[in-house]
Design a protein around this ligand. Structure first.
Ligand code: 13P
Length: 338
């Protein structure tokens, strides 16, 4: 362990101009990503792809931390260097996804509850020993005619809060991720309503479990129109609606928001973050109490994945593609993306 306090680690993860690279795809998801470039999902290919990302020269200028999957935290690069060491040497903080995925919620079709609390204390202890300094748990809320309902909202909030408390007990900063999906034809009002309810319930549970707000980060979705909604809200509206929702629900003691990209295009994810920081960043007329940063998976990785395509000779091109997205999003955390 580095000895850094929860507050210090949380603040470092949202340092000015920096955000998080989410590279914690589970086995099924990374297979889908590699399938898309016709690369077989072998342990060696997963390792090489992730080693490529983490060893991008200068990545630490814009990336504060990297979220890993269990396999990656234990893996060595082809030359024997632990991937965790590559991350640390670049000045980035290693973190770990600790949930075991969203599972069908009994009696509630189309809704899920995220599992993984059993044995979590022991796993966290091991992860801390392997170099992780923060953790992530993702709850998922799908919007439909009558969902999400109270069972989904309350069970997921409870699990998130227990995860957060256990993480802090282990000296690890929890990233609490309640994700309202953008899948569907709902409008932005529906997204705002569900996001508000989910967040309000999550923070009530975090209070019950006595989670230290100063020692955690929130990973929220942005308030967006559903992907299939005929009317798509523009950048300014998304920024304003997201901020309004967060101001209504998230205590000022939380150091930062690290948004997920959730299937937005790379450019949209950057523009939305930038617009929010223009409206409510430190230099704005009405600064928000928390940093507004990113913890993007797809919006950082889509470009390098495509550029690499499994070809060793394309390593530099892939790293350049990652740097371009990281730099753009780093600028967006300051409202300076042009
Ligand atoms: P996306 O940015 O691709 O949504 O991934 C972030 C993440 O970690 C989801 O859990």
């Amino acid at each position: 362990m580095s000895g850094a306090s929860l507050q210090e680690t949380a603040r470092a993860l949202v340092a000015d101009g920096k955000g998080i690279l989410a590279a914690d795809e589970s086995s099924g998801t990374i297979k889908k990503r590699l399938d898309s470039i016709n690369v077989e999902s072998t342990e060696a290919n997963r390792r090489d792809y992730r080693a490529l990302l983490f060893s991008t020269p200068g990545a630490g200028q814009h990336i504060s931390g990297v979220i890993l999957f269990d396999e990656t935290l234990r893996q060595n690069a082809a030359d024997g260097t632990p991937l965790v060491e590559i991350i640390q040497d670049a000045g980035m903080i290693p973190g770990i996804k600790v949930d075991k995925g969203a599972k069908p919620l009994a009696g509630h079709p189309d809704e899920t509850v995220t599992e993984g609390l059993d044995g979590l204390r022991e796993r966290l202890e091991e992860y801390a020993g392997l170099g992780a300094r923060f953790t992530k748990w993702r709850a998922v809320y799908r919007i439909g005619e009558t969902i999400p309902g109270p069972a989904c909202i309350t069970t997921n909030a409870h699990a998130l809060a227990r995860f957060a408390a256990l993480s802090q007990e282990a000296g690890l900063v929890p990233i609490v991720e309640p994700e309202v999906l953008m899948d569907g034809d709902h409008d932005i009002d529906d997204c705002a309503e569900v996001t508000e309810e989910a967040l309000r319930t999550v923070f009530a549970e975090l209070a019950v479990q006595e989670v230290l707000l100063e020692g955690m980060l929130l990973k929220p979705n942005m308030v967006l129109s559903g992907k299939d909604c005929p009317e798509q809200a523009g950048v300014e509206e998304v920024a304003a609606r997201t901020l309004r929702c967060l101001r209504r629900t998230v205590p000022a003691a939380v150091p930062g928001m690290v948004f997920l990209s959730g299937g937005q295009s790379d450019e949209a994810a950057t523009l939305h973050l930038n617009a929010m920081n223009k409206l409510a960043g430190r230099a704005s007329a009405e600064p928000a109490p928390w940093k507004l940063s990113f913890s993007y998976g797809r919006a950082l990785q889509a470009a390098p994945l495509k550029a690499w395509a499994g070809d060793h000779d394309k390593l530099a091109a892939a790293q350049a593609a990652l740097m371009e997205r990281a730099k753009a999003n780093g600028a967006a955390t300051l409202g300076q993306y042009a």
